[in-house]
Design a protein around this ligand. Structure first.
Ligand code: SAM
Length: 297
C-alpha cells in the first residue's frame, strides 16, 4: 500500500495544475473575512528536494515546473495564477534556483492568515512521510493553526465536517482530496467521501485531483463527481491538462484533472488564462491539450 512516495513526482505537470488551482481557489476564498478550515486529506511530505535522489534529480519536474520556469522568463507578464504559483515557490528558494518544492501543505500553510483565523488540518498515513510532514510543518512555526495527523484522510474528513463556526458565525471549509490512487479502491472512496461530505456540508469547496489514464475507474470518476454535484445542486468545475506523449517507452502519467465542487465563480476564467500559457509551455506531443468545463444548478 505504501509504495507511492510523492517525492518521486514532485513538481511534475500534475502538481503544476493542482497547485495553481489550489492557490487561486484559496486566494479567492480569503477575500472574505471569516476564517476557513483547510483540510488536506492526503498531504504527502509537505516539502520536497528537487535536486535529491528521491526526485531522481528532478526528473519529473523537467516536464513540469522546470519547463514552466523556462517559458516564464518575465514573471510580470504571466497570468496572475501562474505568477502567484511561481512566487510562492520562490519563497521556499532564496537562492533563486528551484531546489525545494512546496507541496499542498506548505503552500496552504504559507497563505494562512496571521491572526489564526484559518486552520489547516493535514492527514498523511505513510510511516515515513507522516513524521517528515510533521517536521516540515513544525519548521514553519505556525503553532496550533496547523495540525498533522497520521490518520486515514477519508475517515478524518467525516469527523471534521461540518467545520466549526467562526466568530462571525459562518462555517467555511476548503477540502483537497489528492490520493495517489495506487489502490483501485481509492476511486470509489473519493466518490463516497464526496457524497457523504456534501450531505454533511453542502457549501464547502472541494478540490479533487485525479489521473487521466486508461483505466475505467479513472475515466468514470469525473463523471461520477459531476453527477454528485448536480444531484446536490452545487456548481462544479473540471480542469484538465495533458502534456501529450513522451519519448518512446515512457509510460509515465501524461494527463490529469482537477474537479471542484463549489468553485469560486472567478476560477474558470482564471484557469483558462493560466492554462493558455501553461498548456503550450509543457506540451510534449500527440495528445496534448487542456480544458476547463463548468456546470451550475
Ligand atoms: N497533496 C500532496 C501535494 O499536493 O503536495 C501530495 C499527496 S500524494 C499524491 C498522496 C499521499 O497520500 C501519499 O503521500 C500517500 O502516502 C498518502 N495516503 C495514501 N492513502 C492515504 C489515506 N487513506 N489517508 C491519508 N493519506 C494517504
Amino acid at each position: 500500500m505504501f509504495s507511492y512516495r510523492h517525492a518521486f513526482h514532485a513538481a511534475n505537470h500534475a502538481d503544476v495544475l493542482k497547485h495553481i488551482t489550489l492557490l487561486a481557489t484559496l486566494r479567492h476564498l480569503q477575500q472574505k473575512e471569516p476564517g476557513i478550515t483547510l483540510i488536506d486529506t492526503h498531504a504527502g511530505a509537505g516539502l520536497y528536494r528537487l535536486d535529491g535522489d528521491y526526485s531522481q534529480k528532478g526528473a519529473e519536474a523537467a516536464d513540469g515546473l522546470f519547463k514552466l520556469l523556462e517559458a516564464a522568463d518575465d514573471l510580470a507578464n504571466l497570468p496572475e495564477p501562474v505568477q502567484d504559483y511561481l512566487q510562492q515557490i520562490g519563497h521556499f528558494n532564496s537562492s533563486g534556483q528551484a531546489r525545494i518544492y512546496p507541496g499542498s501543505p506548505a503552500l496552504m500553510a504559507r497563505l494562512l492568515r496571521q491572526d489564526a483565523r484559518d486552520r489547516l488540518k493535514l492527514f498523511e498515513m505513510h510511516p515515513t512521510d507522516s513524521p517528515v510532514l510533521a517536521g516540515n510543518m513544525a519548521q514553519l512555526a505556525l503553532g496550533r493553526a496547523v495540525q498533522v495527523s497520521r490518520e486515514d484522510g477519508f475517515e478524518a474528513l467525516r469527523k471534521l465536517l461540518p467545520p466549526p463556526a467562526s466568530s462571525s458565525g459562518s462555517r467555511r471549509a476548503m477540502v483537497l482530496i489528492d490520493p495517489s490512487y495506487e489502490i483501485k479502491s481509492d476511486y470509489a472512496k473519493v466518490s463516497s467521501s464526496i457524497q457523504d461530505s456534501l450531505k454533511r456540508f453542502a457549501t464547502g469547496t472541494y478540490l479533487i485531483w485525479y489521473p487521466i489514464i486508461a483505466r475505467p475507474e479513472a475515466h468514470e470518476l469525473p463523471r461520477r463527481l459531476r453527477t454528485l454535484a448536480n444531484q446536490a445542486r452545487r456548481s462544479w468545475l473540471n480542469a484538465t491538462l495533458a502534456i501529450g506523449k513522451g519519448q518512446a517507452g515512457d509510460t509515465g502519467l501524461s494527463a490529469s484533472g482537477m474537479f471542484l465542487i463549489n468553485p469560486p465563480f472567478t476560477l474558470a476564467e482564471q484557469l483558462r488564462t493560466a492554462l493558455a500559457m501553461v498548456g503550450p509551455a509543457l506540451a510534449r506531443g500527440v495528445g496534448k491539450g487542456w480544458q476547463v468545463e463548468t456546470g451550475s444548478p
